[in-house]
Design a protein around this ligand. Structure first.
Ligand SMILES: Nc1ncnc2c1ncn2[C@@H]1O[C@H](COP(=O)(O)OP(=O)(O)OP(=O)(O)O)[C@@H](O)[C@H]1O
Ligand SMILES: [Mg+2]
Length: 307
């Protein structure tokens, strides 16, 4: 599969500050690719360079075989973009946002009208066609922005934090719509700082931190490579945490001592809990769970994703 987006040594500096610090990635056609990282990691900066609205400082970046610095208009015509902050026109009704955006691409009026109706249906917003943008919920605005991004029938849809700020139900509706796009063969490129979103949506992702890629792979392979099968979380109360952690040395493969709890990385979490009980340590609460991308991030950076 040829890469539809390809970066080598990609750098973005703002004055003395380096926001993106020499990253390499290849995104294949039809795949769902994610940038997972905390606030300030350089995710939006990277997305703006891919969408050819911000120039790079160094390195190479090709989208659909074209250099983003030289071919902005051609690239933008073939991309759908969902920016981190909604940029809907609040002067216009929901459907008119789609129509005006479609006209901007020079599409004939009849085509634009038909597509607007199809995409309102796809975004489950038919009943809101005539609603004012300000009267839509956060999830509806996000879905309308996605519908707008699809007006030019893009081969690649870029989504910067598609579900930040949404409640769980609104997130699930949105994930479902994105799954459908993926099934139709649209290449999805998304950023997120939610590990569950990355696990749900991404075939492959890069973990980014301070403008650098610290790991790359499928969610399952990243977890296999950088974490244990299970994690036991135990709480002893803040005053006993350090002392308990000292007594727990040797249990499981690795311990991670957080301010409010201790994470025990182990193949068998229940066996680790038994080992703790055998030492007569009595946690206030205990929980065994599967390893997640959050654990991968903690392992690689020593920090949690959402601080
Ligand atoms: N126009 C700009 N001028 C100066 N610094 C900038 C500019 N845009 C971004 N930065 C800095 O670059 C770094 C990366 O910002 P960016 O928005 O790419 O992060 P992000 O990973 O998208 O974070 P978030 O999860 O908060 O959206 C930050 O430290 C930010 O302050
Ligand atoms: Mg951002």
């Amino acid at each position: 599969m040829p890469a539809v987006i390809s970066a080598r040594g990609l750098v973005k500096r703002y004055g003395d500050f380096t926001a993106v610090d020499g990253i390499d990635f290849d995104i294949e056609q039809g795949e769902s690719f994610g940038f997972l990282g905390p606030n300030g990691a350089g995710k939006s900066t990277t997305m703006r360079m891919i969408s050819a609205v911000s120039t790079r400082t160094d390195g190479t970046l090709d989208v659909l075989g074209l250099d983003t610095n030289d071919h902005g208009p051609e690239i933008r015509a073939q991309l759908g973009v969902v920016p981190q902050a909604d940029t809907l026109d609040t002067e216009l009704r929901a459907r008119d946002n789609l129509v005006v955006y479609g006209r901007y691409f020079g599409l004939p009026r009849a085509v634009v009208q038909q597509r607007a109706d199809e995409l309102l249906a796809f975004a489950q917003l038919e009943e809101k066609a005539k609603a004012r943008v300000d009267d839509l919920s956060g999830g509806m605005k996000r879905r309308l922005t996605i519908a707008r991004g699809l007006m030019n029938e893009p081969r690649i849809l870029l989504l910067d934090e598609p579900t930040t700020g949404l409640d769980p139900q609104a997130r699930h509706i949105l994930w479902d719509r994105l799954f459908r796009l993926k099934e139709r063969g649209t290449t999805l490129v998304l950023t997120t700082h939610f590990m569950d979103e990355a696990e749900q949506l991404c075939d492959r992702l890069v973990v980014v931190d301070h403008g650098r890629i610290v790991a790359e792979g499928s969610p399952a392979s990243l977890i296999r490579e950088h974490s244990s099968r299970e994690v036991l979380e135990v709480r002893f109360g803040s005053s006993r945490n350090a002392e308990a952690a000292a007594a727990m040395q040797g249990i499981g493969d690795r311990l991670e001592v957080l301010p409010d709890r201790i994470l025990v990385y182990a193949h068998d979490g229940d066996a680790a809990l038994q080992a703790i009980h055998a030492k007569d340590l009595k946690p206030i609460t205990s929980l065994v769970r599967r390893s997640s991308l959050e654990d991968v991030f903690l392992r690689l950076t020593g920090r949690t994703l959402i601080e």
